[in-house]
Design a binder for this molecule. Structure first.
Ligand SMILES: [Zn+2]
Ligand SMILES: [Zn+2]
Length: 791
C-alpha cells in the first residue's frame, strides 16, 4: 500500500532543504516567469479557491520546467490592506503583530505543503518597510509626473469599512469586500489619472495573449463610446449645461434636460417654491445605491426645477428636470433627453407628460425607436442619414463637438484606514502640497494601538500628533503630513516587478533583471481581478514605462483567468457551512490527490464542482499509479508504447492549452492500460512519472528516485522517443467512392468508420467527389478499405 504521508513529508522536507527551484536571476539562459496572484494573509488561512489558483498556475510552471526552462515561480504576501486590517480588528490584535503570525501560518502550514515550485528566496511582503518604501516612491513619481492629484469629488464611501473605495471596488452598489451598500460622499481625495491611459489600455488589449473573457471585462469597464458634447444655455442665468450623447443625430428631438440631483448647478436651478420638494427628493435619492438608481426596470422619478434651457439649434425653451436615474459622476451628470429615440427618456416623458418629438423616420407605433436612420423634423438636416450628420457634427454648431467618453474613471487611491503605506505628502501653508523627498522615504507607518477607524472621514493617523506634525521639506517651516494611506491595490500593482529584486535597498527593481525576466511570461489567476488588479497593474506599468523606468508597457504577456469552484453543486459560503479547508485533505487523502483532483474535476478555465467522492476516487488513482510503478520490470507491449506515445501528445497539448482535466484523464487511461500488462519497462514508468509530475509532484519524485533518478524529476525533461510508435499507431485506409478508388486517408489505427468518413470529407482530393452529395451508405472493412456510396 502506498504510504502517501511518508512520501509527501519526505519530499516537502527535501524541497525545503534543496535549491531545486531557486533561480539565478542574473545568469539564467532560458528564463520563464511564471506568476500567480499572491495572497493576502487574513482570516484563518488560504481557502480552497486560493489553492486551486496556485496549483493551476504551478502545473504550468512545472510543465515549462520539464521543457527545460528556468522557471521562476515567486510568491509573497499582499499583507497591507483592509482585508488584513479587518481581520486584526475582528480578533482584537494589532496588525503589526497579527500579520507576521498569519504569514507564518500561510507559509509553513499551507504554501510549503502544496508542492509548488516556489522560489522562497525571493519572498516579498508588501507591508515591510523595504517594500512600501518603493510603493511610496511610485506615488511620488506619479505625483511629479502630474498623474496623482488631490481633488474634491463625489466618492464611494463604505460605512462599514469607514473608508472611500475606488469605482472598481464597488460591485453592484456594494463594497467589494464587506458587501455593505455604498454611500456617495463629497470628499477631498487623492486620484491617479488612469483615464489619461484609457485609449492605450483599450488598444493594447488587441496585442495581449489573454483569455478573451478577461479582455472583454476590461473593454467594457473602460467603456469607450464615441459621440458628441452638446452645450445648453440656461435661460436668464449665466449657466451652461454640458451633456454627452452617443446620438447627436437626434439633437432636434431634445424636449427637456435631466440632471443628476448632485449635479453642480442643481441648487442654483431649483426655483424658490421648489426648494422644499427638492429636499425631500434628494433625501430619498441618498438612500438608493447606484445599481438601484441605474436599474433599467425600475420606474424613474424626477422633479421639475422650474428653470429652462435654450435649445442651441432651434432656440426652443426646454424644461430642466432632475432625475434619480442620472448619476453625477457618469458622463457629465446631465442628460439631453430625446424621448422619441431613447427608452429611459421615453418612460420618463410618458410618466411626467413631457413632449415627445420624433426626429428619425419610422412608424410612429415603433417609438421609442432607437436605431439610426433618416433624420426628419430636423430643419435643414431633414432627409440626412444619421451617420452623415454625426460625421459633420463639428460643423453644425459651435454648441456641439465630437467627443469620446469613457466609463473608466480616475482611480481613487486615498484610504481613511491605518494598515497601509502612508501617502508620502506634506501640506505646508507656504508651499502647498509637497511630496516627501525620495531620500526621506519610507514615511514609516507608526506602530500604535490607536488605529480603529472612527468614521469621521479622517484616517486614524490624523489622531496621531507625532505623525501629523512635521517640517516642510521645502521651506523648513512646520507642516502637516497627509494621514490617509494608499489603496491596497497600489501595493499589488507592482509586486511582480519587485520579485526580480527582492530586498534591494537601492532601487525598486534592477533594470537588467527586468529586461531578462519581464514582461511576465504566464500569469494565471481569478477573473474577479480583471478590472481591479489587472487594470491597475497595466496602468502603473505604462506610467513607469513613460517615466523611463521600464522598457515595456504591458506587464503580462499571457494571462489565463480560471473559473470558480463550487461544492456539491452549490456556491461555497461560510454561512452555508459548505466551505472546503484544503488542510483537511492533506492528511486524509494527500496533497497529490488534492492537486490532481482539483485539476481533474472540471475545465480549469471554467471551474469545477468539488465532491468528496471525487477526492476518494483520485486517492485510489494515486494508489494505482504506485502499483503500476511497482510492477516487475520487463519489456512492455507495443500497444502500451503506442498508448504512451498518444498520452505524451495529449498531455503536452492539454497543458499548453490549460485543459488540465483532459491531461489527467489521459494519464488515467494510460494507467488502466498499463495495469493489464504483466511487466513494465523502466523508461515507461519514468515517463509516466514525468507526465504526472505537474499534477502529483510527490509520488512522481518518489518514483523517479526509486528508479535511479537524481535531484528533482523536473530536471529530467519531458518524455521523448516515442515518434516511431506514433507511426505504428496510424494506418492508411484506401477509399473508394461509388466503387472507384479515389484516394486514401491516414488515421489512428483505432479509428472507427465515423472518423474515417470525416477524414475523407476533410481530404481535398476525396472531398470533391463527396461534397454536395448525400452519403447513402458506407462500407468499411477494418484496416483494409472503405467504400462510400454517394448520390
Ligand atoms: Zn466595506
Ligand atoms: Zn514649505
Amino acid at each position: 500500500m502506498y504510504d502517501f504521508k511518508k512520501v509527501e513529508r519526505k519530499w516537502m522536507d527535501r524541497y525545503e532543504k534543496s535549491d531545486y527551484f531557486s533561480v539565478n536571476l542574473d545568469k539564467s539562459n532560458k528564463p520563464f516567469y511564471n506568476l500567480m496572484m499572491f495572497p493576502y494573509p487574513s482570516a484563518s488561512g488560504l481557502h480552497i479557491g486560493n489553492m486551486y489558483s496556485f496549483i493551476g498556475a504551478d502545473v504550468y510552471g512545472r510543465y515549462m520546467k520539464l521543457q527545460g526552462y528556468d522557471v521562476y515561480e515567486p510568491i509573497g504576501f499582499d499583507a497591507f490592506g483592509i482585508h488584513s486590517e479587518n481581520y486584526a480588528l475582528k480578533v482584537g490584535k494589532n496588525p503589526f503583530e497579527l500579520t507576521p503570525e498569519s504569514i507564518k501560518y500561510f507559509r509553513d502550514e499551507q504554501l510549503k505543503k502544496i508542492g509548488n515550485i516556489f522560489d522562497w528566496s525571493s519572498e516579498v511582503i508588501t507591508s515591510s518597510q523595504d517594500y512600501y518604501k518603493w510603493t511610496q516612491w511610485i506615488f511620488v513619481k506619479l505625483f511629479k509626473a502630474g498623474l496623482a492629484e488631490k481633488r474634491n469629488s463625489t466618492v464611494n464611501w463604505c460605512p462599514s469599512c469607514k473608508t472611500v473605495l475606488a469605482d472598481e471596488q464597488v460591485i453592484d452598489g456594494k463594497c467589494e469586500r464587506c458587501d455593505t451598500e455604498i454611500q456617495k460622499k463629497e470628499m477631498s481625495q487623492w486620484f491617479f489619472k488612469i483615464t489619461k491611459y484609457a485609449d492605450r489600455l483599450l488598444d493594447n488589449l488587441e496585442k495581449l495573449d489573454w483569455t478573451e473573457v478577461t479582455k472583454n471585462i476590461q473593454k467594457s469597464w473602460i467603456g469607450r463610446s464615441e459621440g458628441a458634447t452638446v452645450f445648453f444655455q440656461v435661460k436668464n442665468k449665466d449657466i451652461e449645461i454640458e451633456t454627452f450623447t452617443t446620438r447627436p443625430d437626434t439633437v432636434y428631438g431634445v424636449t427637456y434636460l435631466v440632471l443628476a440631483p448632485e449635479y453642480k448647478y442643481t441648487r442654483e436651478l431649483i426655483v424658490q417654491d421648489k426648494k422644499e420638494e427638492f429636499k425631500t427628493f434628494i433625501d430619498r435619492v441618498k438612500k438608493m445605491d447606484e445599481a438601484e438608481r441605474t436599474s433599467i426596470t425600475r420606474s424613474k422619478n424626477g422633479m421639475f426645477t422650474g428653470s429652462y434651457a435654450i435649445h442651441p439649434l432651434t432656440g426652443k425653451k426646454l424644461p430642466i428636470w432632475i432625475g434619480d436615474y442620472v448619476l453625477a459622476d457618469y458622463g457629465t451628470g446631465a442628460v439631453m433627453a430625446v424621448p422619441a429615440h431613447d427608452e429611459r427618456d421615453y418612460d420618463f416623458a410618458k410618466k411626467y407628460g413631457l413632449e415627445i418629438k420624433q426626429v428619425i423616420d419610422c412608424d410612429k407605433d415603433d417609438l421609442p425607436y432607437i436605431e439610426k436612420g433618416i433624420m426628419i423634423n430636423s430643419e435643414e438636416y431633414s432627409g440626412w442619414k444619421s451617420e452623415d450628420f454625426i460625421e459633420k457634427i463639428d460643423k453644425v454648431s459651435y454648441c456641439m463637438r465630437k467627443t469620446v467618453n469613457y466609463h473608466l474613471h480616475d482611480w481613487c487611491v486615498s484610504r481613511q484606514r491605518y494598515w497601509g503605506p502612508p501617502i508620502p505628502i506634506v501640506y505646508c501653508d507656504n508651499c502647498g502640497i509637497v511630496p516627501v523627498p525620495e531620500k526621506d522615504l519610507p514615511v514609516k507607518l507608526p506602530q500604535t494601538d490607536d488605529f480603529v477607524p472612527d468614521g469621521s472621514g479622517l484616517a486614524p493617523l490624523a489622531r496621531n500628533k507625532d505623525f501629523v506634525e512635521t517640517i516642510c521639506p521645502k521651506c523648513g517651516k512646520p507642516a502637516k503630513r497627509e494621514t490617509d494611506v494608499s489603496d491596497n491595490f497600489l501595493d499589488s500593482a507592482w509586486y511582480f516587478l519587485r520579485y526580480v529584486s527582492p530586498g534591494d535597498s537601492e532601487k525598486p527593481f534592477d533594470s537588467n533583471r527586468v529586461k531578462k525576466w519581464l514582461p511576465v511570461d504566464m500569469y494565471i489567476g481569478g477573473n474577479e481581478h480583471a478590472n481591479l488588479h489587472l487594470m491597475y497593474s497595466r496602468f502603473i506599468t505604462m506610467a513607469l514605462h513613460d517615466l523611463g523606468y521600464l522598457p515595456f508597457e504591458e506587464p503580462f504577456r499571457s494571462f489565463r483567468g480560471h473559473g470558480l469552484i463550487i461544492k456539491d453543486g452549490q456556491k461555497m459560503s461560510k454561512s452555508k457551512g459548505n466551505t472546503v479547508n484544503p488542510n483537511d485533505y492533506f492528511d486524509t487523502h494527500g496533497v497529490d490527490a488534492l492537486r490532481t483532483y482539483l485539476m481533474f474535476m472540471g475545465n480549469f478555465l471554467e471551474g469545477g464542482d468539488f465532491r468528496d467522492s471525487g477526492m476518494d476516487a483520485t486517492k485510489r488513482f494515486i494508489n494505482r499509479v504506485w502499483d503500476v510503478s511497482n510492477m516487475p520490470e520487463g519489456e512492455s507491449s507495443t500497444e502500451l508504447k503506442i498508448k504512451m506515445a498518444e498520452t505524451v501528445d495529449k498531455v503536452r497539448y492539454s497543458i499548453e492549452n490549460i485543459k488540465y482535466n483532459t491531461a489527467v484523464a489521459a494519464i488515467m487511461e494510460f494507467i488502466n492500460e498499463a495495469m493489464k500488462e504483466k511487466c513494465i519497462e523502466r523508461k515507461i514508468i519514468l515517463d509516466l512519472a514525468r507526465l504526472l509530475s505537474p499534477f502529483a509532484p510527490f509520488i512522481s519524485e518518489e518514483i523517479h528516485e526509486t528508479k535511479g533518478g537524481k535531484g528533482t524529476i523536473l530536471d529530467s525533461g519531458f518524455p521523448k522517443g516515442y515518434e516511431k510508435y506514433k507511426e505504428i499507431a496510424t494506418i492508411v485506409v484506401p477509399v473508394q467512392i461509388n466503387g472507384k478508388m479515389r484516394g486514401k486517408v491516414e488515421v489512428n489505427k483505432d479509428a472507427g468508420q465515423k472518423e474515417i468518413l470525416e477524414k475523407a470529407q476533410e481530404d481535398k482530393n476525396l472531398a470533391r467527389y463527396i461534397e454536395g452529395k448525400d452519403v447513402k451508405k458506407v462500407i468499411y472493412i477494418k484496416d483494409k478499405i472503405m467504400n462510400i456510396i454517394v448520390k
